[in-house]
Write a protein that binds this ligand. Structure first.
Ligand code: OAD
Length: 248
């Protein structure tokens, strides 16, 4: 299932950058966005993942994110997450560098033990002030309408997740671009590769000479441009890759 040439390139890699998407968490029981039973087939992104939607009905948006938090709190990282922890350990022991860029907001990579994680779409755990941008976690102060507000400036709190039409967090994005730029192996795992700018990272890496390994049971917009497409679930393919590297 794993192309021998892909393993050869991984074995000689100095710098691995990995981009993950919702597919990596699918085997933990977290829904993806664009599969037939995905989140955007059941819910409206305009209502639930945009500033306009939040302004129109903040309580509805906050309730939905509270529900998503409860879903991810109730699940565990899967074999794909664990294999990425082992891949990071494997290459850092050989003095190589490893960057895990994730579009996922579920924190499952960190719960599995991944260290160098860049959350380009934010996370579900934190809130952010919609006025002063202060990050909040845990205890909340409520306004007269019962909505959480910033203890610094009184602005309304929102989930610290990137919504449609919003910029990605600058420092995190710059670090992600650097990692793609410097990688000799770039892995795109469990993402449909339709959301930009994240989808552009593989192209950045490729233009700098990296090989691209895609792990996804189905083909994506990126597939025509990859070096190897491993058509399998990440929870199956990634442990096989790591086992082969560790055995070498
Ligand atoms: P999508 O739902 O667009 O794509 C999920 C991909 O995972 C699909 O290509 C599936 O084929 C693949 N997949 C499903 N099960 C898998 C498995 N077990 N192993 C590997 N792959 C599997 O999710 P993303 O690409 O992550 O943005 O979506 C990108 C962004 O769009 C998200 O970060 C989110 C959403 O709107 C924000 O929240 C800002």
């Amino acid at each position: 299932m794993i192309p021998v040439d892909a393993l050869t390139r991984l074995k000689s890699a100095r710098s691995i950058a990995v981009l993950t998407g919702a597919g990596v968490s699918a085997e933990s029981g977290v829904a993806t966005f664009r599969d037939p039973d995905g989140i955007w087939a059941r819910f409206s992104p305009a209502e639930l993942a945009s500033m306009d939607g939040f302004m129109a009905n903040p309580q509805r948006v906050l309730d939905w994110y509270a529900h998503r938090r409860a879903v991810v709190d109730a699940v565990e990282p899967n074999a794909g997450h664990t294999a990425l922890v082992a891949l990071e350990r494997w290459i850092t022991q050989r003095e190589g560098t490893f960057t895990l860029i994730t579009q996922n907001v579920d924190r499952l990579h960190q719960r599995a033990g991944s260290r160098n994680v860049l959350e380009v779409h934010g996370n579900l755990v934190e809130d952010r002030c919609s006025v002063c941008e202060e990050i909040h976690k845990g205890e909340q102060q409520l306004d007269a309408a019962g909505l959480p507000v910033c203890t610094m400036c009184g602005g309304r709190l929102r989930p610290n997740v990137v919504w449609f039409g919003e910029d990605l967090p600058r420092d995190v994005w710059d670090a992600a671009e650097r990692a793609a730029h410097d990688a000799d192996v770039f892995m795109s795992i469990g993402t449909s590769s339709v959301v930009w700018p994240a989808a552009g990272l593989a192209h950045t890496a490729r233009s700098r000479g990296a090989v691209i390994i895609e792990v996804n049971p189905t083909s994506t917009d990126l597939t025509p441009d990859v070096t190897w497409h491993i058509a399998a679930p990440s929870g199956t393919a990634l442990p096989l890759i790591v086992a082969a590297l560790e055995a070498a």
